[in-house]
Design a protein around this ligand. Sequence first.
Ligand code: ATP
Ligand code: MG
Length: 443
Amino acid sequence: MRLSRYFLPVLKETPAEAQIASHRLMLRAGMIKQSAAGIYSWLPLGLKVLKNVENIIHEEQKKAGHLAIMMPTVQSADLWRESGRYEDYGEEMLRFKDRHNRDMLFTPTAEELITDIFRGHINSYKDLPLTMYQIQWKFRDERRPRFGVMRGREFYMKDGYNFDLTKEDAMHAYNRHLVSYLRSYERMGLQAIPMRADSGPIGGEDTHEFLVLAETGESEVFYDNAVTELKFGDRDIDFNNVLQCQSIMEEFTDKYARTDETHDEVAFQEVPEERRQVARGIEVGQIFYFGTKYSEAMGAMVQNSEGQKIPVHMGSHGIGVSRLVGAIIEASHDEKGIIWPEEVTPYHCGIINLKQGDEEADSACESLYNMLSAAGLEPLYDDRNERAGGKFATMDLIGLPWRITVGPRGLKSGLVELTNRRTGKSDEISPEAVIKKLVVQYS
Ligand code: ATP
Ligand code: MG
């Protein structure tokens, strides 16, 4: 992409309404634009990151054997009356009427809708287990939308639903989700710690939230510092292996880690004092097992091998896709701007032409641009006729992991400068060496 043809409405001033770094930086880097309280447009740079995060989640869900679907954002109130949640959900639900005066709503979550799909097609244990998920916009009329995409009213969420014959099978689905979530967050460069939580209006027995530690997080969390040393890493996982998934779940949840809703001071005191931590965190996901709550209310029954009709065991599992973009920035930025982890970066590298219009510099940039593209990488080339200082500031702000600086002086000896955004370290190397290094870096 050439910056001269791009839409990157960078702001020089710090927007007054933005209280936390991610909100400030997303506005300043031209990633989002607010259209109403808690409702945002995603501009080209922001959308690229959102899609990268979404893709990681899709890939990991697919590996876990979960099937992608897409359900509508607008639902009929009737299904919610069946489960009893139409009244229970309260003011966070956006309700409206269609032209025939029927009660409609904008989906805040989709347990009812998926249960309706299930009961319309499945009635035998032979069709189980089944897990389906979607990545779709949700609306919750939050009392205090704030912090940009962190607490929006409209937000992008992955929501998955498992259907199993027994509680045991459903707990395997629970553990499978926990494993796939740990993998997803780590791939985004984040540590998200599973913490025992409260189930809220979704209802249920077992539930964990995933929290990214951050001073600006909205949740108060209490944990044994040993949980921060756990890494998923690149273990081989067989998602059909019940014991393997269960032992990972135990490994990641047996130490004390809870949100304030379930915090138990007596149990916390048993953690050795030097490891006891009270901090803040951003909730980036949650998994639930809620048994037969919806299947009983809505008649989602299956025949077991003895021919009896029993309600199916269910759970639901969410990831805050749009919130994650903010959480990644909270975890990875400095005073100059964002620092994207390589897995989610909107462009692989930036090219800065120090002397736009200089024949040699222009053609060196063009050839770098073409070689990088041919190697399967996406560069963002700042080809505007601007001062070098402004170009550097923009590149630092938008946070691409690598910057290639091209100028007449270096080119005299056939060299360009490759700079790492995170470390600030620069190397003067040949354009060919740049390509080689970046290809390895991103492979
Ligand atoms: P919160 O406690 O932050 O209001 P929640 O527990 O009500 O969230 P869930 O129903 O668990 O939310 O939704 C799944 C995920 O969707 C959450 O873990 C969070 O990452 C994300 N999410 C929920 N509400 C919002 C929101 N208003 N804006 C952005 N993301 C959200
Ligand atoms: Mg939650």
